[in-house]
Structures are given as C-alpha cells and as structure tokens.
Write a protein that binds this ligand. Structure first.
Ligand SMILES: *[C@@H]1O[C@H](CO)[C@@H](O)[C@H](O)[C@H]1NC(C)=O
Ligand SMILES: *[C@@H]1O[C@H](CO)[C@@H](O)[C@H](O)[C@H]1NC(C)=O
Ligand SMILES: *[C@@H]1O[C@H](CO)[C@@H](O)[C@H](O)[C@H]1NC(C)=O
Ligand SMILES: *[C@@H]1O[C@H](CO)[C@@H](O)[C@H](O)[C@H]1NC(C)=O
Ligand SMILES: *[C@@H]1O[C@H](CO)[C@@H](O)[C@H](O)[C@H]1NC(C)=O
Ligand SMILES: *[C@@H]1O[C@H](CO)[C@@H](O)[C@H](O)[C@H]1NC(C)=O
Ligand SMILES: *[C@@H]1O[C@H](CO)[C@@H](O)[C@H](O)[C@H]1NC(C)=O
Ligand SMILES: *[C@@H]1O[C@H](CO)[C@@H](O)[C@H](O)[C@H]1NC(C)=O
Ligand SMILES: *[C@@H]1O[C@H](CO)[C@@H](O)[C@H](O)[C@H]1NC(C)=O
Ligand SMILES: *[C@@H]1O[C@H](CO)[C@@H](O)[C@H](O)[C@H]1NC(C)=O
Ligand SMILES: *[C@@H]1O[C@H](CO)[C@@H](O)[C@H](O)[C@H]1NC(C)=O
Ligand SMILES: *[C@@H]1O[C@H](CO)[C@@H](O)[C@H](O)[C@H]1NC(C)=O
Length: 379
C-alpha cells in the first residue's frame, strides 16, 4: 500500500519515481551499517526493527514493534512505537496555553490535558519518503496550520535516520511560517533483551545512568509537570545520577515507587522528565544496559532532558514481533519496556519561569534542529 502511495505522490509532483525506491513487499525499508541494521515504515516515520549484536555476537532486535506493517495504523493502543509525534510532544496542561496574548485551546485527548498535540498528531500520519540510501533514510511532513486543534502556523519537518558503526543517528529539522509551539522527539521504546530473558521480560533489571540528571520535574497525577524542579537524593526513586549501576527497579521496595508516575497510585515506576544539566559537548547523557543480553545503549543529544517511561500502561494486549520473546512471552506486558525520549522541558509553554519558551516556540526563519544518537555496544 505504501509503494502505491509514494509513487502516486511522486507522480503528482512530477518527480521521477526512481528518486525514491518503493519499500519491500512487507512495507519496510531496510538500511544497514557495520554491526547494526534497521527497518522503517512511512507511517509515523517509524523505526520498526533495530538489530544490534549481543555479547555472543547474535543479532538482537532491541526496539518494540509489529511484524505486520499494516497493523500500525489499526492498533487501537497506539503507543507511538519509535515514531515521531508532533508538533508539540508530551502533555499540555489543561489543554490550553497562551502565545502572544492569544489563548489557545488544544484537544483534550488525555484526561483534561493534551498528549502529543491531540488526535491528528504526526505519529498518525503517513510521512513522505524523500531519500533512501544504504545506511540512511529521510522522511518529511508538511503540517498545515490548524491540522491539530489550537496550533497556529504551518510546519515543514524532516527526520533523517543514519546508521554508522553500531550507531543510530536521528536528526530532525523543522521550520514554521508563523509562531507556534514546536517540540519534537523520537519516541524510542527498548527492551535490550528482546524479551528473551527467561527470568523476567520486565525491564527492572536494566540499569540506567543519567550522569547529568540530578534534577527532575515533579509531575502531577496525570504526569503533567507541576512547575517544581526537584533534586533526587542518592538512591531515591528518581535517582539515576549518583551511580552508574542503578537499575530501573532499584527503588521497587520504596513505597513511593508505586504511584511515582501518577494514575492515582496505580502507575509504578517512571513517566517523568529528567533535566540534563550542563553536559560537556557530545557527552553520553544516558546509558541503558541489560545484564542478560549484555547490550548497552548510549544516548548523545542536543536536547536539555529526557522523558523516561517504563511502560506501566502496556496491558499485555500488544503482540511481540517474531524476532522477540520466548515460547512463553509473546505479548508486551506491563513494565516490560522502557521509552527514552529526548526533548525540551514538557509543557514549558505554560511555565515561563523555566526560561524554555524561546526554545519551544518556533519563529519563521529560525530553523529548529534536533539531534540524537544511540551507540550500541556490549559489556
Ligand atoms: C547465539 O549464538 C550462538 C552461537 O552462534 C548460538 O549457539 C545461540 O543459540 C545463540 N543464542 C540465541 C539466543 O540466539
Ligand atoms: C488545571 O486547572 C486547574 C483549575 O484551574 C488547576 O487546579 C490545575 O493545577 C491545572 N492543571 C495543570 C496541569 O495545569
Ligand atoms: C501583548 O499585550 C501587551 C499588553 O497589552 C502588549 O504590550 C504587547 O505588545 C502584546 N504583545 C503582542 C505580541 O501582541
Ligand atoms: C477535569 O476538569 C474538570 C473540571 O475542572 C474536573 O471536574 C475533573 O475532575 C477533571 N478531570 C481530571 C481527570 O482531572
Ligand atoms: C493521535 O491521534 C489519533 C487519531 O488520529 C488518536 O487516536 C490518538 O489518541 C492520538 N495519540 C495520542 C497519543 O494522543
Ligand atoms: C549500496 O549497496 C549496494 C548493494 O550492496 C552497492 O552496490 C552500492 O555500491 C552501495 N552504495 C553505496 C553508496 O555504498
Ligand atoms: C507529501 O508530499 C506531497 C506532495 O508534495 C504533499 O502534498 C503531501 O502533503 C506530503 N505529505 C506529508 C505527510 O507531508
Ligand atoms: C528537508 O530536507 C530537504 C532536503 O534536504 C530540504 O530541502 C528541506 O529544506 C528540509 N526541510 C526542512 C524543514 O528543514
Ligand atoms: C554499584 O557501584 C558502587 C560503586 O560505584 C558499588 O559500591 C556498589 O556496590 C554497586 N552496586 C551494585 C548493586 O552493583
Ligand atoms: C514456559 O511454559 C511451559 C509450558 O507452559 C512451562 O513448562 C515452562 O516452565 C515455562 N517456562 C518458563 C521459563 O516460564
Ligand atoms: C530563569 O531566569 C531567571 C532570570 O535569569 C532566573 O532567576 C531563574 O532561576 C531561571 N529559571 C530556571 C528554572 O532556570
Ligand atoms: C549530532 O550529534 C552527533 C552525536 O550524537 C554529533 O556527532 C554530530 O556532530 C551532531 N551533528 C550536528 C550537526 O550537530
């Protein structure tokens, strides 16, 4: 279905169809480099598969997804699997914000709040494929003014995925023709064991090190920032800065672990934002590592923080890909994955006291640039 669409659009523009090859019969594009291989679909500009080597040298598919590319648009759960939501990611508190003396009302699609800009978010659209090489692929989107409720101005954006030796680079450029909220991310979901750890598919044994993230945003019960910036004490629930070997489950015995991500006390673990404070140029700001597979993933980014979500709301209904799981583990269960999303402070358009507004409001003529990479290795 995708190939027809792309050829159709190319025809409309008078472009030679040869400029952009059609995807394979399964709807996917494949790119590769030394020690790494990845597949994509135009829907949501989604990364569907990412193979890296485990400590035995076996290829391991470390991101979530579906075997059937045609299922992504149908999935009622739509967890934004490794896609690019937009134009303003994460939550907007009370579905409203003020810009240049005008109050805008966005769509309430997450309780009283807006999540990922509402129901016409970018992760629900079929992006155009604008370039494909052996080791890189580029998708683009034109988001017309008013496509999402309460979002003025048209936005043009590109995402380029590039593979180099054991590294996935993700870069996004965008520009707008009027002032508008603009904050992008790549919503990357990992299970670095590909759900093959027979002890447990849950990610509590994955370690996470956020060396520049002593501070985090306090969230309310709906995971919207309250405005307060807190500092985690060593070994407290939200500490991933004081040591390199803290596991995602290190604070499971702490009574604050259940309810740490809201949901009336029902959300255990993490769905919150960690500030990345003053990292040196090109520093690794997050290291996720899994003792079972021996795979580690290191994040570098130009963004000032990350959202950390430990998949509390995955309810066991989503099927795993055939590349993942065991005879007994065939679905994505609660707390069996972790999403790490680099972006600016969530809902800063409602918190001028954080001084982030200038980074989250696009101006015509001022291009937006988002840059991250994940480098894989073993330990
Ligand atoms: C990993 O590779 C080794 C050697 O090639 C093989 O024996 C083993 O079954 C593989 N393990 C998995 C989990 O695929
Ligand atoms: C939403 O509005 C209510 C009522 O004004 C207020 O108490 C609450 O803090 C607001 N929530 C957010 C996330 O802005
Ligand atoms: C917003 O309103 C204030 C006070 O009326 C005014 O000084 C300012 O110029 C307005 N800003 C814009 C961007 O319209
Ligand atoms: C949404 O706001 C309404 C009106 O302020 C309030 O009654 C309701 O409890 C809020 N819902 C949630 C989920 O916070
Ligand atoms: C994105 O938009 C779709 C409909 O286009 C909607 O069903 C979904 O709830 C939205 N996703 C989020 C996370 O808001
Ligand atoms: C891409 O891969 C094909 C097939 O392996 C090869 O013939 C071609 O030279 C490669 N192109 C580049 C730019 O590396
Ligand atoms: C893809 O390109 C066509 C032709 O330029 C354009 O009409 C369409 O809006 C683009 N689609 C997206 C998602 O940007
Ligand atoms: C997207 O990439 C194309 C090709 O490199 C470029 O012409 C265009 O300006 C880019 N768009 C944005 C918004 O950066
Ligand atoms: C973590 O590392 C510290 C030293 O940095 C060490 O004292 C501690 O025992 C380690 N904890 C675990 C659980 O490995
Ligand atoms: C997997 O399921 C089989 C059959 O139900 C059972 O015998 C086995 O113990 C299970 N293995 C694990 C690791 O849970
Ligand atoms: C924002 O800037 C003001 C004025 O420079 C400063 O006092 C305040 O601490 C800054 N806020 C944050 C969260 O950095
Ligand atoms: C993007 O980030 C990578 C590291 O992740 C860095 O090597 C590269 O220079 C950056 N690119 C730009 C244009 O800043």
């Amino acid at each position: 279905m995708y190939s027809h669409l792309i050829l159709g659009l190319a025809g409309l523009c008078g472009l030679a169809a040869a400029v952009v090859p059609a995807p394979a019969a399964d709807g996917r594009y494949t790119i590769a480099a030394d020690g790494i291989r990845a597949q994509f679909i135009p829907y949501g500009a989604t990364l569907t598969n990412l193979w890296v080597k485990d400590r035995h040298g076996n290829e391991t598919d470390v991101v979530l997804g579906y075997d059937d590319a045609a299922y992504y648009p149908k999935d009622p759960g739509h967890p934004v699997y490794n896609s690019v939501p937009g134009r303003y990611v994460s939550r907007i508190g009370n579905a409203t914000y003020k810009l240049d003396n005008t109050t805008y009302h966005t769509e309430k699609n997450d309780g009283n709040n807006t999540l990922h800009s509402g129901t016409n978010n970018w992760s629900y659209r079929v992006w155009n494929v604008t370039a494909v090489g052996n080791s890189s692929i580029t998708f683009s989107i034109y988001d017309k003014a008013g496509s999402e409720q309460g979002m003025p101005g048209s936005v043009w954006a590109n995402v380029t995925y590039t593979l180099t030796k054991a590294r996935l680079g993700i870069q996004m450029w965008a520009s707008a023709d009027a002032r508008t909220p603009l904050m992008l991310t790549h919503h990357t979901y990992f299970n670095l064991d590909a759900f093959k750890n027979t002890a447990s598919p849950k990610v509590w044994d994955h370690t996470l090190y956020l060396p520049y993230s002593k501070r985090y945003l306090e969230g309310d019960d709906g995971a919207v920032p309250t405005g307060r910036i807190l500092t985690a004490a060593p070994n407290a629930v939200n500490d991933f800065a004081s040591a390199a070997n803290l596991s995602l489950g290190h604070a499971q015995a702490d009574p604050k672990f259940a309810g740490n991500c809201g949901g009336g006390g029902k959300c255990e673990g993490y769905n919150g934002y960690f500030l990345v404070d003053n990292p040196p140029a090109d520093a690794v700001v997050a290291r996720l590592a899994a003792p079972f597979s021996g795979i580690q993933a290191e994040l570098r980014t130009n963004q000032p923080g990350i959202m950390l979500y430990t998949c509390n709301w995955m309810d066991g209904s989503a099927a795993l890909k055939h590349t993942q799981g065991t005879a007994n583990v065939t679905k994505v269960g609660r707390s069996a994955c972790v999403a790490i999303e680099a972006h600016d402070y969530p809902d800063a358009i409602n918190h001028p006291e954080w001084n982030r507004t200038t980074y989250e409001i696009a101006n015509p003529g001022k291009p937006y640039f988002w840059n991250s990479s994940w480098t894989f290795g073993t330990f």
